[in-house]
Design a protein around this ligand. Structure first.
Ligand code: ARG
Length: 278
């Protein structure tokens, strides 16, 4: 019963609509002038758009190219990008009157993305190296990294010398990759897209050691049972932000922001938040 009623109501409403439309159409046709007014309104809308353009210039969005698989510098919490680099970059973007957008990619794509202007800068716990300095400029350094060696807890590898002839896992394109390949032979090095994948390979016995930066190493060992970090400082490195070679304005701006954020204690506070003093 209710259904029939509803149907009837619909039909009635449709009919009203039809009649209404039929009536207004000739009306509209008669009223040419009001139609012109509508055009006039459109013009006004155009003016509005112009007014929109006169609004304050929209804040610059700084695109940061990174590889968010490198805790505590950049990683994901759910859908959110977090970490030391993300927070420092956010503070820099704010200092420069803008906001930050994180663009996540493979680590070994970051420099190209910077060179091609797909991102404004690259920040990824990235070490300053002579080779990279040929491709991009680096800001002042904001942190130090140390290459570390992760092995299984019961491993017979105790020193760097013991790595000779062993299978080593690294993250593709990182300084860990470069050092391991140079020092222990590329044939002994397996490259993974993420440090975490190298760690899985270590646990699965596919490699005997992983060479990676100390803070991610600590994070991976904390997350996984049965691993330890060798007591060695394989290589000590400076982390900095990569900027396109001819973009000296941005390089200067970031350096100025970094200096201010160092002086007022922001950088230290951010690092302390993610790296607990031992
Ligand atoms: N510091 C090393 C390098 O520059 C590793 C950096 C890896 N960073 C990352 N977000 N995955 O090569």
């Amino acid at each position: 019963m209710k259904k029939i009623f509803a149907l009837l109501l619909c039909v009635a409403m449709l009919a009203v609509c039809f009649i209404g439309c039929a009536e207004t159409t000739p009306d509209d046709g008669n009223k040419d002038n009001p139609a012109d007014t509508t055009v006039g309104d459109d013009t006004t809308a155009g003016d509005d758009t112009t007014a929109g353009n006169e609004d304050e210039p929209s804040a610059k969005v700084f695109k940061m190219g990174t590889n968010a698989a490198f805790p505590p510098y950049e990683f994901k919490e759910g859908d959110k990008f977090v970490g030391i680099d993300v927070e420092i970059a956010t503070a820099i973007a704010e200092k420069l009157g803008g906001t930050l957008e994180v663009v996540d990619m493979e680590f070994d794509s970051i420099i190209t993305a910077v060179q091609q202007g797909e991102v404004d800068f690259g920040m990824a716990g990235m070490t300053v190296t002579d080779e990279r300095l040929l491709e991009v400029d680096f800001t002042s350094s904001y942190a130090t990294g140390v290459q570390s060696v992760i092995v299984l807890e019961d491993s017979d590898i105790a020193t760097l010398d013991d790595l000779a002839g062993k299978k080593i896992g690294v993250q593709l394109g990182t300084t860990g990759d470069i050092h391991a390949s140079d020092d222990y032979g590329a044939e002994n090095v397996t490259k993974y897209g993420k440090g975490a994948d190298a760690v899985i390979a270590l646990k699965g016995g596919d490699v005997n050691a992983v060479i990676i930066d100390n803070e991610p190493a600590k994070a991976f060992v904390a997350e996984n049972e049965g691993l330890k970090i060798l007591d060695t400082d394989y290589a000590i490195e400076d982390y900095a932000i990569a900027v396109k070679k001819d973009n000296t304005q941005l390089l200067d701006d970031i350096n100025e922001a970094l200096e201010a954020l160092t002086e007022d204690g922001t950088i230290d506070a951010i690092i302390a938040k993610f790296i607990k003093a031992e």
